[in-house]
Design a protein around this ligand. Structure first.
Ligand SMILES: *Cc1c(COP(=O)(O)O)cnc(C)c1O
Length: 372
């Protein structure tokens, strides 16, 4: 069976197109801020339905640039969740602000909208909802609360390119959207990032920060840095973006087969898909609850031993890591996030997983669930 992280599958499946795209960049002799970068940005604007898409080096940078562009710095607070990849929180710390954590909702794995208001103070500048595993957070409620308190909404859409909420794509659901093109993401170019926004001022600030604070050649308006995506990466990303909907379709199709094959196993909770949004299944994530025969660790071990690439994303809630715990967060502070970290298991769902693989995965899990 294909490994869970199919780092090479997305290349080998489309080798000819990608080789051609890379070769044409090499032959052009032009590597930075050229046609492929412009083309990728324009196509992504159309894809997401955002006025501006600005590429950068990776998704972590995308989040940091977004925070810098809206002026977040020391003394400010940014609301986000403790159940995500670490790169959701680190950019907040990198700009000198304080991450104020709000627990997740157990059904969506995304921020619990009922707990946001309590976390807002005079210092709150932004909120970063994470569309975890590929399904958008409750954006209507988040936008409503943010508007009432004059807070900027930055979507962490690193796992959710192409997902929709009430018919609109992620990246166009808040004030700013951040995406990753890391090798395992739904579309990828090795490393890469994108920031989307409809706001002209944010877009100008993002473009400046990405390139040395520059507004015209050698005109440095303010502090900036080098966060550029290269033309080589953009050329790959352009080819990947053409396939984005196809990739989502096959992830959704695989998830549907897993959902029906794994239904009604005692102690296993399947992912919920909400009617007002779509799920692009960056991860297909089940829960191994305390009603299951085995511990989560034992389940993972037995499933992996039978060749199924199960993984745990993520094994620890982020507030338990030392550099975040030292802000005053204690174990027990975010029960839904801590429970998720104890229970989640992600199963192979990526486009290279075949129907035969799915049959095997389902059979293996039934076997393990029966105590074999
Ligand atoms: C991947 C990811 C990031 C960071 O993206 P990189 O391109 O790896 O820097 C941030 N947040 C989430 C939720 C992610 O999954």
């Amino acid at each position: 069976m294909k490994p869970f992280f199919d780092l090479v599958g997305q290349y080998h499946a489309y080798k000819d197109e990608i080789d051609q795209a890379i070769l044409s960049v090499l032959e052009s002799g032009h590597f930075i801020m050229g046609e492929p970068v412009k083309l990728f940005e324009t196509e992504l604007e159309q894809y997401c339905g955002a006025k501006h898409a600005i590429s950068c080096a990776n998704g972590t940078d995308a989040l940091q640039i977004a925070l810098m562009a809206i002026g977040v710095g020391p003394g400010d607070e940014v609301i986000t969740v403790p159940f995500s990849f670490i790169a959701t929180i680190n950019p907040i710390l990198m700009v000198g602000a304080k991450p104020v954590l709000v627990d997740i909702d157990s059904n969506t794995f995304c921020i619990d909208v009922n707990k946001i208001k309590k976390a807002i103070t005079k210092k709150t500048k932004a909120i970063i909802p994470v569309h975890l595993y590929g399904q958008p957070a409750n954006m209507d409620e988040i936008n409503k609360i943010a508007a009432q308190h004059n807070i900027v909404v930055i979507e962490d859409s690193c796992q959710a390119i192409g997902a929709e909420y009430n018919g609109k794509k992620t990246g166009s659901l808040g004030n700013i959207g951040c995406f990753s093109l890391y090798a395992t993401k739904n579309i990828m170019c090795g490393e890469g990032g994108i920031i989307t926004t409809d706001d002209e001022n944010y877009a100008a600030a993002i473009r400046r920060f990405r390139q040395h604070g520059m507004s015209a050649p050698y005109v440095y308006e303010e502090l900036g840095y080098n966060y550029r995506l290269t033309d080589l990466q953009a050329a790959i990303a352009v080819e990947q973006l053409k396939k984005a909907d196809k990739f989502s379709d096959s992830r959704q199709k695989n998830a549907k087969i897993l959902n029906s094959g794994l239904d009604n196993i005692k102690g296993i909770t399947l992912p919920t898909i909400f009617e007002d949004r779509s799920h692009v299944f960056h991860q297909y994530t089940i829960r191994i609850t305390k009603d299951f025969k085995l511990t989560r660790e034992e389940f993972v071990k037995r499933v992996q031993a039978r060749g199924v690439g199960a993984g745990v994303y993520y094994p620890r809630a982020l507030h338990t890591y030392p550099h975040i715990a030292k802000l005053g967060y204690k174990l027990g502070a975010f029960p839904a996030s801590e429970r998720a970290a104890d229970e989640v298991v992600s199963l192979p769902v990526h486009p290279a997983v075949t129907n035969k693989d799915l049959v095997t995965i389902i059979a293996v899990i039934h076997e393990v669930a029966s105590g074999a």
